[in-house]
Ligand binder design. Structure first.
Ligand SMILES: N[C@@H](CCC(=O)N[C@@H](CS)C(=O)NCC(=O)O)C(=O)O
Length: 207
C-alpha cells in the first residue's frame, strides 16, 4: 500500500530544506513524496495552478495546497499533534507558539530581506515606525529575551515546531552573514543542532 498521501514540492537550494528535518521529527517521511522542482519551471502552468506565487516550497495534501513555509510547519505539527510539536487548541502556550511562527515569517524575514538588499541602518532607523520589524536592535532583543526565557525551548520543557523554525531561520541567516552569530543565540542553536534529525545535515551544522 502506498503510504505517501502528501507531496512536498521543493528543491535542494530552497527554504524547503527546513521542512525535511521536520518530517523526520514527526516521523512522517514515509507519508510525503518529495518532488524536486527547478526554479525555471515554477512559471509552468502545472505549477502555477498549484502555487500562483511561483515559489517553493508547497505541500499538497488531498487536493489542498499549503504554501508559505511556516504554514506548512503549523499544518503538519497540527495534523500530527499527538507527536507533541504543537500545543493543543486549549493550551495557553499555543498563543506564544503562534507568536514565534508569525514572528519568524513576518518581522524576522522582512528584516533579513531588507538587510540583504543593503538598506542602511540609518534608513531603517528613519523608517522604523512603518517597518514591521522596527529596527535591527529590536529584532535581536526580541530573540535574545525569548531565548533567555527559554527553558530550554521557547515554550518550556516541550519542544515545538516554532523552536525548529526559529533555529533553522537563524542558522540560515547566520550562514548567509545577514545576522551575526550572537553569543545569546548559541546555546539554543546548539541544542537544536544536537537533534538526531539534523546530525548529518550540512547546512544546519555549518555555523
Ligand atoms: N514566502 C514564501 C517564500 C518562498 C520563497 O521565496 N521561495 C524561493 C526559494 S527559497 C523560491 O521559490 N524562489 C524561486 C523563484 O522565485 O523563482 C515562504 O516563506 O515559503
Amino acid at each position: 500500500m502506498d503510504l505517501k498521501t502528501m507531496k512536498l514540492y521543493t528543491n535542494a537550494h530552497s527554504r524547503g530544506n527546513t521542512i525535511l528535518p521536520l518530517l523526520k521529527e514527526l516521523d512522517i517521511e514515509d507519508q510525503v513524496e518529495i518532488i524536486q522542482v527547478d526554479y525555471k519551471d515554477l512559471n509552468q502552468p502545472e505549477y502555477l495552478a498549484l502555487n500562483p506565487m511561483a515559489k517553493i516550497p508547497f505541500l499538497e495534501d488531498q487536493g489542498s495546497v499549503i504554501s508559505e513555509t511556516p504554514a506548512i510547519f503549523a499544518y503538519l505539527a497540527d495534523k500530527y499533534i499527538e507527536k507533541g510539536f504543537a500545543p493543543t487548541l486549549s493550551d495557553p502556550k499555543r498563543g506564544e507558539y503562534l507568536k514565534w511562527l508569525f514572528f519568524c515569517h513576518g518581522p524576522l524575514t522582512e528584516f533579513m530581506d531588507i538587510k540583504s538588499l543593503g538598506i542602511s541602518t540609518e534608513q531603517i532607523q528613519e523608517r522604523r515606525r512603518s517597518l514591521g520589524f522596527g529596527t535591527e536592535e529590536t529584532i535581536y532583543n526580541f530573540i535574545k529575551i525569548g531565548l533567555k526565557q527559554a527553558n530550554p525551548y521557547l515554550l518550556g520543557h516541550q519542544i515545538s515546531a516554532a523552536d525548529l523554525f526559529l533555529a533553522y531561520w537563524l542558522i540560515f541567516a547566520i550562514s548567509f552573514k545577514i545576522v551575526p552569530y550572537l553569543d545569546e543565540f548559541k546555546p539554543f542553536i546548539q541544542l537544536i543542532q544536537q537533534r538526531d534529525t539534523v546530525k548529518g545535515v550540512a547546512w544546519i551544522q555549518a555555523v
